[in-house]
Design a binder for this molecule. Structure first.
Ligand code: ACO
Length: 322
């Protein structure tokens, strides 16, 4: 018994920023970015903000699921780049979907790039308890608004976008979830703090920028993915050969190449589409999931693993079915 995806959606801003265009913004090159990450393009918001991206992906997922939207009892938006601190992105999506009069639990969840799998796990608890029948889970980020566009170590890696799924609890799906976290006091993956600025302080407000120690994150990511796969397999009592597709957080192709090598599995076991989107944090797994469904990489009855890792530090994953 576990989570079944009834419908999926994805929405990215129309503006594309290529590696070539980045060459005129920071000292970098198309070759460097492709070789070190596998990324070629990313979509960058101009007019759209987090709520619009989340809403568009949610609308698609509901249409794809072909359900009455009033059956949705829970909306979780995984994001660390919300449009406003309050109301939550989830509440604003509820309003845009015209569901304000439906009895609903709606909130945002911040587990950075692990946000989507954290949200799936939270939804599973609500669904399993019978408190709700269907949930709308969204990953949505506008990372471009917190990038330091002078920092070539980070700004070439990320993109904006959103992905969504409508899910329900299913008797025939394997239930397997694993979540973990370890407080990152050293700032391996972090944003600059929101300063305390008020009439009693002399503090100045600083721009909020994303910062990262790339090599430490690289090592952490490989460990996190392998640990999560092992934990999920053990819980599900399955071998990796019995898994049809693994959809990891889309951060860097070289991270997945190393995991493939270490686990001695075919690279086709992992679905990657980061070349066209960059790293969209909490949105990357649902965007990839939608593409894997559309391109028939997965079908009803398949055993699918989703794996996230990122700021916090946080990591984990879940098994799902279609
Ligand atoms: N273009 C050209 N050169 C660059 C760039 C760039 N965009 N960025 C860094 N460099 C330079 C560095 O300055 C350095 O130059 P130096 O040797 O003269 O000092 C050189 O390239 C090598 O730098 P490294 O940091 O050693 O490069 P590395 O091979 O580690 O690749 C990268 C960097 C791609 C960031 C890699 O460490 C990585 O992918 N880490 C994981 C990052 C990640 O996945 N983060 C997100 C996950 S969690 C989340 O999504 C929030």
């Amino acid at each position: 018994m576990g989570i079944k995806v009834l419908g999926s959606g994805a929405y990215v801003p129309t503006s594309i920023l290529s590696n070539k265009q980045l060459e005129s913004i920071v000292e970098t090159s198309d070759e460097w970015i492709k070789a070190r990450t596998g990324i070629k393009n990313r979509h960058i918001a101009t007019t759209e903000n987090t709520v619009e991206l989340a809403y568009q992906s949610a609308k698609q997922a509901i249409e794809h699921a072909n359900i009455d939207p009033t059956e949705i009892g829970l909306i979780i938006v995984a994001t660390f780049t919300p449009e406003q601190l309050t109301p939550s992105t989830a509440c604003l999506v509820q309003a845009k979907l015209g569901l304000n009069d439906v009895k609903m639990i709606a909130f945002d969840l911040n587990a950075a790039c692990s946000g989507f799998v954290y949200a799936m796990s939270v939804a599973n608890q609500f669904l399993k308890s019978g408190a709700i029948k269907k949930a709308l889970i969204i990953g949505a980020e506008v990372l471009s608004k917190i990038m330091d566009w002078d920092d070539r170590n980070t700004c070439v890696l990320f993109g904006d976008g959103a992905g969504a799924v409508v899910v329900e609890y299913d008797q025939d799906t394997t239930e397997s979830f694993y979540l973990n976290s370890s407080g990152d006091e050293r700032g391996v993956l972090t944003t600059t703090p929101i300063a305390v600025v008020n009439p009693l302080t002399d503090n100045q407000a600083e721009p909020i920028h994303f910062q990262m120690n790339g090599q430490e994150v690289f090592k952490f990511a490989i460990h996190a993915i392998k640990e999560t796969i092992m934990e999920l397999l053990e819980q599900a009592n399955l071998t990796i050969d019995e898994i049809n597709l693994i959809i990891p957080h889309q951060a860097n192709k070289r991270i997945i190449d190393k995991v493939v090598k270490d686990l001695k599995v075919p690279s086709e076991k992992f679905f990657l589409n980061l070349d066209n989107y960059g790293n969209t944090s909490a949105a990357s797994i649902p965007i990839a999931l939608k593409e894997a469904i559309d391109t028939r990489h997965i079908k009803s009855g398949d055993k699918i693993m989703l794996i996230g890792f990122g700021g916090g530090k946080t990591w984990g994953g879940c098994m799902i079915s279609l």
